[in-house]
Design a protein around this ligand. Structure first.
Ligand code: KG4
Ligand code: ZN
Length: 361
């Protein structure tokens, strides 16, 4: 039996819709994947403006979803379910996508699946590769930096998280300090090409510490201070290279700690490691993690670039896997600005909660 699911993603600055089919001869088939970026709308402000994002989602969601359906060559009667990101994210945008999905669900009598955006990223590798559960996941994006033991849908255990900024946030803020346009990550990677990473000494947060939490705020402050007194293009290139190397190194160092405990508790199968989220697009980061996997005997996998950054195919897949497992939601499903993937771990350590109640407060 196959399951065909329409997925909707509106939690940040991309309005996205996709149709994914699960259970066919190829396992997972992405029938369409439409992503409309709002980067140009937010660029003048140097970051995502929530109100502008929500309005842009309202204006474009109908057309983006229609394009995804047409591109897939399916009609609403071919769908088995409709999935939407229900959080975490900018709540105005999340409400737009979730309400749209609820309307389709109600009008067509289709099951609704309220998907955690982080679960979408966690499963995204399975859109193109048959990576079996369980696997160790490093989820690195603009809003998140976490190590997770992924045993299946609804079964993610958090091993570590950032105590301050996410890695993508560090890339974006340091990029801004270097005068780069938003988003800083890909622009900083371009600037770092050919730079001398050894020229500037940057702090090594949490090195040698037990556990596998992350911290990037010290690096961010140090790099911003250095950026203030740079004069030449070579200076900027060298600092960008040093920052990229420092972020890649910390990601690899903390992942190495997680690999040791993961391997000890998952004996009997060749361990698998997956990196996902926007920062997984960074080549230096990927290289450092691939080397780590080779050294620790983990099989390495990462989604293709288009599925690393925000997209709706990963939401449709998480929806389809949930639907297959009988996990659906009612029309009273709420949009959640904060929604930890591993709620038990988040409750145990509230300092890990981002935002007003978290470590930055
Ligand atoms: O997963 P994503 O699209 O959105 C979130 O859920 O946050 O990730 C976006 C983040 C941004 O911080 C962006 O700067 C970063 O991923 N990013 C990169 C690269 N491409 C995207 N960071 C470093 N190098 C890249 N090539
Ligand atoms: Zn994301």
């Amino acid at each position: 039996m196959t399951l065909t699911v329409l997925g909707i993603e509106t939690s940040c600055d991309e309005t996205a819709a996709a149709v994914v089919r699960l259970g066919g001869p190829g396992g997972v088939e992405v029938l369409s994947n439409v992503v409309l970026s709002q980067i140009a709308d937010h660029a003048p402000f140097g970051g995502v403006v929530p109100e502008i994002a929500a309005r842009a989602h309202v204006e474009t969601i109908d057309a983006v979803a229609a394009q995804a359906m047409a591109g897939a060559g399916v009609g609403l009667s071919d769908l088995d379910g409709v999935a939407a990101t229900a959080g975490p994210g900018l709540v105005g945008g999340v409400m737009v996508g979730l309400s749209f999905a609820k309307a389709v669900s109600l009008a067509r009598g289709l099951p609704l699946i309220a998907v955690n955006h982080l679960e979408g990223h966690a499963l995204s590798v399975r859109l193109t590769q048959a990576v079996a559960y369980p696997f160790l996941l490093l989820l690195v994006s603009g809003g998140h930096c976490q190590l997770l033991d992924v045993a299946g849908v609804g079964a993610c255990k958090r091993l570590g998280t950032t105590i301050d900024d996410a890695a993508g946030e560090a890339f974006d803020k340091i990029g801004a300090a270097l005068g780069l346009p938003y988003p800083g990550g890909p622009n900083l990677e371009r600037l770092a090409q050919g730079g001398d990473a050894a020229r500037f000494a940057l702090p090594r947060a949490l090195a040698g510490r037990q556990g596998c939490d992350f911290s990037f705020s010290g690096l961010k402050t140090a790099a911003a201070r250095i950026a203030e007194r740079l004069t030449s293009e070579t200076d900027r290139r060298d600092l960008a290279a040093a920052v990229q190397t420092a972020i890649a190194r910390q990601l690899a160092e903390r992942t190495a700690v997680a690999m040791e405990s993961y391997a000890a508790s998952h004996e009997g199968h060749g361990p698998r490691f997956v990196v996902a989220g926007g920062v997984a697009a960074n080549r230096a980061v990927r290289k450092a993690l691939e080397a780590l996997c080779a050294a620790h005997g983990f099989a390495f996998a990462a989604p293709p670039l288009a599925y690393c950054t925000d997209n709706a195919a990963m939401i449709a897949l998480a929806g389809a896997e949930r639907l297959a497992a009988g996990m659906t939601d009612g029309l009273d499903a709420v949009a959640r600005p904060r929604w930890p993937l591993d709620e038990a771990a988040a409750r145990l350590n509230p300092s890990h909660i981002p935002g007003r109640k978290g470590a930055k407060a």
